[in-house]
Design a protein around this ligand. Structure first.
Ligand code: HEC
Ligand code: HEC
Length: 296
């Protein structure tokens, strides 16, 4: 926050506290006057009048106390612009402390599984219950609570893999994250609209769904030039770069003509965030075993 805004906020906060105080002081009355007429505000409506009594003492002191409390609070905790408060408390270091406590408590629990190989750990019921909880907290937002994925988010329960389903591949995915990048029109930036239609039909023909056999046949040449470099001559994909197998019935995006055409026309860019700084190695190990268990 810049100094200007810091001062701005401090002035408003302190001004409000002192303003309340002043208002209270200025409107304070010590005594009730005795005569009937003086006891009312003089305001009358339909014969109904208002008494002009002083504030009850307890209420008055409670209000003063609130002002004093707020000044004490503002001295100890952050509240006045950039001033951090005398206690040095912040949401961030409170969170860090809580994480440390949780790590100390759960770290050991997780560590006991650290040395067990992934396929073996995937058979361990206790560990997999932990894995499921970790998955719900960290992965379900994207992959779904049942890990079945959604458009753009891979299904982790089938045996179609972008990057491979071996324990090592899953661990690498989790530790480092992944970035799936397909350039628009593949390796043929000058692809004509007719060629886009042809190669789309060719891709559909792998699953027997070409709209036009003729276009599909013409699409082979386009595919060999613009796509085979990544998806492979046999279109079975390439796990080193996360290029999907185009011949199976697992689709990261939709399987229709329109979806495939859109992928060809505009390309795709998709990110699986690295988990390493967020989760400990032991947590990632358990998660890898959990993911492994879903399809094995
Ligand atoms: C912000 C969304 C997001 C979160 C959170 C996320 N993922 Fe992913 N994940 C993705 C995307 C997107 C991909 C596909 C990347 C690509 O297309 O290259 C992916 C890919 C993967 C893959 C590779 C699948 C394959 O076919 O090779 C695995 C395994 C995986 N995620 C597991 C996890 C686990 C376990 C977690 C929780 C720790 C997690 N993901 C959290 C978005 C996410
Ligand atoms: C530079 C490498 C590269 C080239 C060239 C390339 N692709 Fe891709 N393609 C990818 C990657 C990587 C993905 C996965 C994108 C993601 O993770 O979101 C992909 C995804 C796709 C998909 C989506 C598959 C699904 O499961 O939903 C289709 C369809 C596709 N490509 C077709 C083509 C066609 C047709 C061509 C040629 C015109 C082509 N690709 C050229 C790398 C490439």
């Amino acid at each position: 926050m810049s100094t200007f805004w810091s001062i701005w906020i401090s002035v408003i906060v302190l001004g409000t506290v002192f303003g309340c105080w002043w208002l209270l002081w200025a409107t304070r009355k010590n005594q009730t006057t005795d005569t009937e007429t003086d006891r009312t505000t003089g305001h009358s409506f339909d014969g109904i009048e208002e008494y002009d009594n002083p504030l009850p003492k307890w209420w008055y002191y409670l209000f003063v106390g609130t002002c004093v409390f707020s000044l004490g609070y503002l001295a100890l905790y952050p509240g006045l612009g950039n001033f951090q408060g005398l206690l040095g408390w912040s949401q961030y270091n409170q969170w860090e402390e809580e994480v440390q406590v949780a790590d100390a408590r759960y770290g050991e629990l997780y560590a006991q599984y650290g040395d067990i190989p992934v396929p073996e750990l995937a058979q361990n019921e206790d560990a997999m219950q932990m894995g499921q909880r970790l998955f719900s907290n960290n992965c379900a937002v994207c992959h779904g609570s049942a890990a079945r994925g959604a458009i753009g988010f891979p299904n982790l329960t089938d045996d179609a893999w972008l990057y491979g389903g071996e324990p090592e591949a899953i661990l690498t995915t989790l530790h480092q994250g992944r970035q799936g990048n397909m350039p628009a029109k593949g390796l043929m930036p000058n692809m004509t609209p007719a060629q886009v239609d042809q190669v789309t039909n060719y891709v559909l023909s792998f699953s027997g769904r070409a709209r036009s056999e003729e276009a599909a046949q013409a699409g082979k040449a386009v595919y060999d030039q613009g796509c085979a470099g990544c998806h492979g001559a046999d279109a079975k994909g390439n796990q080193a770069i996360g290029a999907p197998d185009l011949t199976d019935d697992a689709w990261l995006y939709g399987s229709t003509y329109e979806w495939i055409e859109e992928t060809v026309l505009y390309g795709r860019n998709n990110v699986m965030p690295a988990q390493s700084p967020r989760l400990s190695d032991d947590e990632i190990h358990i998660l890898a075993a959990y993911v492994y268990s879903l399809s094995n």
